[in-house]
Ligand binder design. Structure first.
Ligand SMILES: Nc1ncnc2c1ncn2[C@@H]1O[C@H](COP(=O)(O)OP(=O)(O)OP(=O)(O)O)[C@@H](O)[C@H]1O
Ligand SMILES: [Mg+2]
Length: 744
């Protein structure tokens, strides 16, 4: 039996159609991604295509990794030569080789969102832009969508004719571009834009890649934007062996310029394109699929599809309504624990929500219930201050032209270089048309710099020293040296910040990352380089922190969940105003995009789907009373199982008492508290022996919940369970080993 026997007829047809353009349009879970992996195998094994000539494009690094893994399993050898990558990393690879043709240096820096914001602040100041009228983030997103549409500052300005607001944006855009260029830096949108410019202006480069990538495949095609489409069409123009797979019902990135017209454009640009539809869903049970179909049917602008499954009906969809979001999180935590007791793994469950902010309650609840979890798309490791500082050192050493990086660390740790001095350096650099670091290298030419010159000189000497070391030692040795010579850690400790310890752990983690990068390079027979390392770090999307080998529940937004599947899915916060978001309810098009997002969410589930909502929820510090989501009402009631007794619970639970009320209660409970201290004295001997240095009645502090009083300590199966009444966070039960309570 061959691997192709496991495919259905349409899937096989798609796999075997290797020459000429092919569009696969099909609903969720119908095996589109599976077709792509089998197609790669088929090209190599049956058609004798050189893996070097195959290019598969996916949306996230995680998806790329998964695809490579699947291909590795299907083919015997050679798959490592196939390019499986995201648009962005493919473009970085191409630009590293050829961007000098566009007048950049090949060791360009990639700016992330934070870098962009810092730069935009400086630009607004320089151009006297009123940031009340034009918010920095709004300016950045205007520029980003201009780039998605491939508009240069010139083109933008032309379009802005007669529109004062747009003229201003054009001015900012122009300055932003020139600053990026001056720093030899690109932002994320540039990665595609510059590659397309490269292809359009350098025919020999384009030809090289057209010859190289004779077979091109694109997953999640519905979410490509204009510049990505251009990138693909240029590459595929010569051989036309382009296979794209997508689902118009899962297009959820319109806000980032995804262009659903690309599906129509495909048949225009590639005239004899073959179109194949897949109709059998292999992922979900019948009930889950019926619910997804029922919801998406309410969208008007769509091609009707019939998706069926022979997986059987399965369980009904569980629907739970809660008094508040706290109870919702509690229920989900308890439900996961009970599933785990029945033999499920943590990794079989995923909690999906509309906004990142919703993760916090789950996180707190999971910590308290000892559930291992991972937040995807939450606080990114690389966005933390200490990590950004140290990376800025590496960037400065690697490419002195990255002004932002230099400015970030010039006075970190403090060297007595103030803002006035920094501004004088910047002015001098601007006046002479050179970079910030360039100006630092000749302090005698900076007007009015005075005694600050000596400090700047010794900063430059330090960086130059590191530069000379960078050629001789490994990145990890260099990092150690940076830490030592700047006394970075000592400074952190001296600042005596609450978080010094956690920050030091992060630095350790960064060092581990560097070492594993070096090892990976060595295994691949490449020399680990600073530019390569920085590039890899810049490209780690949040979703990539997901590690398949460990057992944990995944928490993520619906947007991050695209393409993934889990046996159990909890879809939380289904309230009108939250999901669909209140910003979308007035606009039919936006509402349809929200509904597609809901369809994506439902179709992630394989066996069991739990949908939930809360009657009241705190949003941006205010309590909101939102009605049940209209999407829930679109699911036929016969598919849903509701639990009535929750209403009782609803009546029982009262809102959390105010701080004042808690203080009053604490005051009146004084006698109770002292007697429990007496009672606790006996327990103390026991608990101390087991390593707890607090007992009932003691005041303790917790990193998240703040200060509180220990109420009960009981022996749980694995660990002590400690109940603490926190001053502001209410009563919480947690495992001692996990809670890390500190006695006050
Ligand atoms: N012919 C088949 N036989 C058995 N299992 C299949 C078959 N086709 C697909 N599957 C399985 O169904 C699930 C969904 O497939 P896949 O992820 O490729 O779907 P998809 O169309 O890419 O979904 P999405 O739209 O969510 O990206 C996977 O677990 C896959 O292995
Ligand atoms: Mg897929």
């Amino acid at each position: 039996m061959s691997i192709y026997d496991t495919l259905n007829e349409q899937q096989r047809e798609a796999v075997f159609h290797t020459e000429g353009p092919l569009l696969i349009l099909a609903g969720a879970g119908s095996g589109k991604t599976r077709v792509l992996t089998h197609r790669i195998a088929y090209l190599m094994e049956e058609k004798g295509v050189n893996p070097w000539n195959i290019f598969a494009i996916t949306f996230t690094n995680k998806a790329a990794g998964e695809m490579r893994e699947r291909v590795d399993k299907l083919v015997s050898f050679g798959s490592e030569s196939v390019w499986v990558s995201t648009f962005h990393s493919a473009c970085v690879r191409i630009l590293r080789r050829h961007i000098d043709r566009l007048g950049y240096e090949n060791n360009f820096t990639i700016y992330d969102g934070d870098d962009q914001k810092t730069l935009m602040k400086a630009i607004c100041k320089k151009l006297n832009i009123d940031t009340k009228a034009y918010k920095e983030t709004a300016l950045l997103s205007a520029i980003s969508s201009a780039k998605d549409q491939m508009l240069t500052p010139d083109a933008y300005e032309e379009q802005a004719e007669g529109n004062y607001g747009k003229k201003n944006i054009a001015r900012v855009y122009r300055e932003y571009e020139s600053q990026l260029r001056g720093s030899n830096a690109l932002d994320f949108d540039d990665l595609l834009l510059k590659t397309v410019q490269l292809f359009e202006t350098q025919p020999d480069v384009l030809e090289y890649y057209q010859e190289r990538f004779r077979y091109i495949m694109v997953d999640e095609y519905q979410d490509t934007n204009t510049v990505q489409f251009r990138f693909i069409s240029l590459l595929a123009a010569r051989y036309q062996n382009l296979c794209v797979v997508g689902d118009d019902d899962q297009s959820i990135y319109k806000f980032r310029g995804a262009n659903i017209r690309n599906i129509l454009n495909f048949e225009e640009e590639f005239q004899d394109a073959r179109v194949i539809k897949l109709e059998q869903n292999y992922r979900s049970t019948g009930n889950i699929l019926d619910a997804a179909n029922a919801v998406i049917r309410n969208n008007r602008g769509r091609k009707d599809k019939t998706l069926w499954t022979d997986n059987g009906e399965g369980e009904r969809i569980l629907y739970r309504q809660f008094y508040n979001a706290y109870e919702e999180a509690e229920f989900i935590a308890e439900d996961i624990q009970s599933q785990v007791r029945q033999g499920m793994l943590y990794q079989d469950s995923a909690v999906l929500y509309r906004t990142n902010a919703q993760s916090r309650l789950f996180e707190e609840k999971f910590v308290a219930s000892n559930i291992p979890y991972k937040i995807v798309g939450g606080i990114n490791f690389y966005a933390r201050r200490e990590i950004k500082d140290l990376l800025a050192y590496l960037k400065t050493i690697d490419n002195g032209r990255d002004d932002l990086a230099v400015r970030r660390i010039i006075n970190v740790p403090k060297r007595g270089i103030g803002l006035t001095t920094i501004n004088r350096v910047q002015e001098s650099a601007d006046a002479r048309g050179i970079g910030f670091y360039g100006a630092l290298q000749g302090t005698d030419l900076i007007p009015n710099i005075g005694r600050a010159a000596a400090k700047l000189d010794s900063f430059v000497a330090l960086i130059e020293y590191f530069k000379s070391r960078a050629d001789q030692e490994s990145i990890s040795e260099l990092m150690e040296e940076i830490l030592e010579m700047t006394a970075y850690i000592e400074t952190l400790e001296a600042e005596d910040e609450e978080g010094a310890e956690a920050r030091i752990q992060n630095i350790d983690e960064l060092l581990s990352k560097i070492v594993s990068y070096e090892e990976a390079c060595e295994e691949a027979g490449e020399k680990p380089g600073l530019s390569g390392f920085l590039e890899e770090v810049a490209l780690v999307a949040d979703i990539d922190s997901l590690d398949e080998n460990q057992d944990y529940v995944v928490l993520m937004t619906l947007h991050s969940a695209k393409g993934l599947e889990f046996p159990h899915v909890y879809l939380a916060g289904l309230e009108d105003g939250l999901f669909p978001s209140s910003m979308s309810t007035d606009n039919p098009e936006d509402l349809e995009e929200e509904r597609r997002l809901c369809y994506v969410g439902i179709t992630r589930a394989q066996k069991r789907l739990t949908v939930s909502c809360a009657s009241q929820r705190m949003i941006r510090g205010e309590i909101r009373f939102n009605p049940v989501s209209r999407f829930l009402k679109e699911i036929p009631s016969e598919l849903v199982e509701t639990e009535k007794k929750l209403f009782e619970k609803e009546q029982r639970s009262a809102p959390a008492p105010s701080a004042k009320e808690q203080a009053r209660r604490a005051f009146h409970q004084q006698p109770f508290q002292s007697s429990s201290i007496a009672k606790g004295a006996k327990q103390f001997a026991v608990t101390k022996e087991k390593g707890l240095d607090y007992t009932v009645g003691d005041r303790v502090s917790h990193v998240k919940f703040g200060q509180g009083t220990v109420k009960v300590i009981t022996e749980g199966g694995r660990d002590y369970e400690v109940t603490v009444e926190f001053d502001t966070a209410g009563v919480r039960k947690m495992f001692a080993g996990f809670a890390k309570l500190k006695k006050l």
